[in-house]
Design a protein around this ligand. Structure first.
Ligand code: ADP
Ligand code: UVW
Ligand code: MG
Length: 395
């Protein structure tokens, strides 16, 4: 029971690591990026070699097949029998799951039932689960939920100002997402700063294709920007983030669309894609920022929403000790970080443009005298998935 394959399906990506446990030694890792866009990128690193191929990968099912083929063709494993357990990220656990769980048919049915609350994610997560169940029918599999870390939020954070019976009867409340990532980076921040996490007020900015901001006080999530579904909060690649709910019937009336069709627009045709008018991918948008005013506008809206969440969470915790940037954009875009951080000096955030010129590695980007520290921390949802997988598969 030593080789754990951790599978992390995001809205635009599929990341994986084959990890030898309990040493947490990474045997192979890789990522399929830009799923559903043109020029998808498949990268795999194993045995000291890195291999990158570019070609269209239209959906998560094909991404899973690529990953499985590569494990054999790159000689990472001789046969799939060398994989002893598989951990899957599952985005929405709904009311059912507040911790990771061993996957059974009943668990699959519940994840399926919750799919309508996370239409860009749970179906992709299920694709992965089913593909592995078929080739490895006897291997234990574990689901690790994005919602679990946020179960510590107080009622005052997770309740909407709606009739209370909706919460009681239908489970309508804020759940929050990216929990595995927010937990990982906030624990790493405490280690890097060498301060017990119990004494820290942290704001974690997970900015990828999906994006969420979380206030973590004493190691616990106390509020987060996503909501009942991963559509809420800040502007994202294709998601609108927060909008006035009165817009939904208004758009239905004006366009003749059904409610489901309008939600589909808010999930898949909005955000950076809609603002820029040409792409959901931040790399494409940054490449045109100097020449295309719509690209610049998209970047400004994107950064401004996150900037405002940082201010509100600092107010909520009566201050902040550190701000963390993670995920595809947070780790790799000095431009977006700069736009977000500009103007936060009033609350003690002094960041250094030279230190900010960093991509994909752990780094402090504040000036040493800054009361608020600012960290770039590459997330590692996969190692967290592997830890929970071993814990539950061996129990
Ligand atoms: N080097 C880079 N510079 C700027 N943005 C980047 C870079 N690498 C990745 N990104 C952006 O990160 C986003 C994808 O983030 P990721 O966390 O992988 O997404 P998800 O897990 O939500 O599918 C895309 O918008 C992509 O353009
Ligand atoms: C919950 C969510 O939005 O995930 P991702 O960023 O991977 O799309
Ligand atoms: Mg992700």
């Amino acid at each position: 029971m030593n080789n754990v394959l951790a599978v992390n399906a995001g809205s635009s990506s599929l990341k994986f690591q084959l990890i030898h446990m309990p040493e947490e030694e990474v045997v192979a890792k890789g990522v399929v990026e830009r799923i559903g866009l043109t020029d998808s990128i498949f990268t795999i690193e194993a045995k000291g070699e890195k291999d990158k191929t570019v070609g269209d990968i239209p959906n998560h099912g094909i991404a899973v097949k690529k990953l499985l083929d590569a494990l054999i063709s790159k000689d990472v494993v001789k046969s799939f029998d060398e994989i002893h357990a598989v951990g899957h990220r599952v985005v929405h656990g709904g009311e059912y799951f507040s911790d990771s769980v061993l996957i059974t048919d009943d668990v699959i049915a519940k994840i399926e039932e919750t799919s309508e609350l996370a239409p860009l994610h749970n179906p992709a997560n299920l694709t992965g689960i089913r593909a592995f169940k078929e080739i490895l029918p006897n291997v234990p599999m574990v689901a690790v939920f994005d919602t679990a870390f946020h179960q510590t939020m107080p009622e005052s954070s997770y309740l909407y100002s709606l009739p209370y019976e909706y919460y009681k009867k239908y489970g309508i409340r804020k759940y929050g997402f990216h929990g595995t990532s927010h937990k990982y980076v906030t624990e790493r921040a405490a280690e890097i700063l060498d301060v017990p996490i119990e004494n820290l007020r942290l704001i974690s900015c997970h900015i990828g294709n999906g994006a969420s901001i979380t206030a973590v006080q004493g190691g616990k999530s106390i509020d987060t920007s996503m909501g009942f579904t991963p559509l809420a909060g800040v502007t994202m690649g294709t998601r609108s983030g927060d909008v006035d709910p009165a817009l939904i019937p208004y758009i239905m009336e004006k366009t003749g669309k059904t409610a489901d069709e309008v939600i589909n627009v808010l999930n898949k045709e909005s955000g950076m894609l809609a603002l820029s008018g040409f792409s959901s991918d931040l790399r494409d948008i940054e490449a045109q920022a100097d020449t295309n005013p719509r690209a610049e506008l998209a970047l400004n809206v994107f950064a401004e929403r996150i900037h405002k969440y940082i201010g509100s969470y600092a107010a909520k915790m009566s201050g902040v000790d550190a701000i963390i940037f993670t995920a595809g954009v947070g780790e790799n875009s000095p431009t977006v970080r700069e736009k977000i951080l500009n103007g936060l000096e009033f609350m003690g955030v002094y960041w250094d443009p030279r230190r900010n010129d960093v991509r994909g590695k752990e780094h402090l980007i504040n000036y040493p005298h800054s009361p608020v520290k600012v960290l770039v921390i590459p997330t590692n949802e996969e190692v967290m998935i592997a830890r929970d997988t071993i814990r539950l598969a061996q129990a």
